[in-house]
Design a protein around this ligand. Structure first.
Ligand SMILES: Cc1ncc(COP(=O)(O)O)c(C=O)c1O
Length: 438
């Protein structure tokens, strides 16, 4: 069998199983082998020279590349229509290497306030110490006004396609247009949506980041991340001089120094992450963990489709419940994002939903202590259904005014729908509500 990704353009479900892997190149192994090795022998001295000069791309040392990890990178790149991808040891590594790579040397990022709490908190605490500052966008729904928020030293716009935990959707096409009109890239965290539900590059994103820990793998057994690039953004501008910087390590055979843009014109962003940040900051994904992500990806569509179904059923059940104040799920007709969900998420608005618990803090806590089938923990996108009080856990770092900007009320409870029978899930919530209200 040919390597599907090389021969012709297959559809999504074929690619999620086959892209980036040719069994012929791996002893006809059906399942991608785990290359559990630190290093790879050089054929000879010329080979070593070519690899170190980046004149030939090949396996050298697992910190910067590994055949199992490469299958994962090529597979997700195929799913997202990306020109390049890099897998990393966590979603946070994917986000941090991306932000450093885009705003190296200092600058500003215009960011959505509707984000995973770890992202928001790191934007406040970590990056300013490296000269990278964040502005919360106030006009994400109004592109003309959003343009006014871009400052001379703004280096990128950063958003989540479906926000964690509130399921905020944005008009990514319109935001991308504003970014491009100002010569800056749009970075989209597509973790909650997964490439099955949403393709950010097709909607104008330049960089896509994933926590593969969540729905991409879907079994709650690995921490992993990915960065992808569209290959369309012009990194040549004065805002991003580091992509044109000529480096000795990228020299040609005549000893002429070259830049990332010269050596990797199709994927300068991820190449620079690989040979700069991954190489020297070192958040490498292990081959075994890459293998687990690949196995999870094989059932991505089937899992996410069922999670969407279960989320829709749970949202309908909760919206009429006497102990529920409100429900946030973009797939609900009552949601302010319903029209956008219909337009941009034809396969469904994801497996994540949130509701406002009606009652005292003690009742809310008793409810969480009473769930049996739902797992009470911080992850999302697992095959098992998960529940958590986000404001007190995953978003607990946020100060009260930040929670207000991020629109995360204290009584918010987040659900990540799994693959169980929905009747069992509803019965579990029902018995927990009853116990909380005795
Ligand atoms: C939307 C989103 N992005 C990024 C991350 C960070 O990913 P990781 O835990 O793999 O570092 C998370 C984690 O919860 C997340 O929800």
């Amino acid at each position: 069998m040919a390597n599907d990704s090389k021969k012709k353009e297959y559809r999504f479900d074929t690619k999620k199983l086959r892209a980036g892997y040719d069994p012929k190149e791996h002893n006809y192994a059906v399942s991608p082998p785990i290359y559990q090795t630190t290093s790879f022998d050089f054929r000879d001295v010329e080979h070593a020279k070519a690899l170190f000069g980046l004149r030939e791309l090949g396996n050298l040392y697992t910190r910067v590349g590994n055949p199992t990890v490469a299958v994962l990178e090529q597979r997700v790149a195929a799913l997202d229509g990306a020109s390049g991808a890099i897998a990393l040891a966590s979603g946070m590594a994917a986000i941090s290497y991306t932000l450093l790579n885009v705003a190296e040397g200092g600058g500003r990022i215009l960011t959505s306030p509707y984000l995973y709490g770890g992202s928001t908190d790191s934007f406040k605490k970590v990056y300013p110490k490296f000269g990278i500052h964040f502005d919360y966008a106030k006009n994400l729904e109004n592109p003309e006004k959003l343009a006014e928020e871009i400052k001379p030293d703004t280096k990128a716009i950063y958003v989540e396609s479906i926000s964690n935990p509130s399921g905020v959707l944005l008009d990514i096409d319109a935001i991308a247009e504003v970014a491009h009109a100002h010569g800056i890239p749009l970075i989209v965290d597509n973790t909650v949506a997964t490439p099955y539900l949403y393709n950010p590059i097709a909607h104008g994103a330049d960089i896509v980041v994933y926590s593969a820990t969540k729905g991409l793998t879907g079994h709650g057994n690995v921490i992993a991340g990915l960065v992808l690039e569209s290959g369309k953004f012009n990194w040549q501008s004065d805002k991003f001089p580091h992509f044109s910087e000529k480096l000795y390590t990228l020299r040609d055979i005549h000893e002429n120094n070259r830049s990332y843009l010269e050596v990797f014109p199709e994927f300068p962003f991820t190449a620079r992450i690989r040979f700069n940040y991954l190489n020297y900051f070192g958040a490498a994904l292990s081959p075994f963990d890459a293998y687990l992500v690949l196995i999870g990806l094989e059932t991505l569509s089937e899992r996410v489709a069922k999670q969407v179904k279960n989320a829709e059923i749970l949202a309908e059940y909760l919206k009429n419940h006497k102990y529920v104040e409100w429900v946030r799920y973009p797939g609900l007709k009552e949601s302010p994002y319903y029209e956008l969900a219909k337009r941009d998420f034809p396969k469904g608005a994801g497996g994540l939903l949130a509701f406002g618990f009606k009652g005292t803090t003690a009742q809310r806590e008793a409810f969480l202590d009473a769930v049996e089938l739902f797992k009470y923990h911080v992850n999302i996108g697992d095959a098992r259904s998960l529940i958590v009080n986000s404001p007190q856990t995953t978003h607990s770092e946020l100060e009260p005014d930040e929670k207000k900007i991020a629109d995360i009320p204290e009584n918010l409870i987040r659900i990540s729908a799994g693959l169980e029978d929905p009747e069992d899930l509803i019965a579990d919530l029902e018995q927990a509500f009853e116990k909380a209200y005795v």
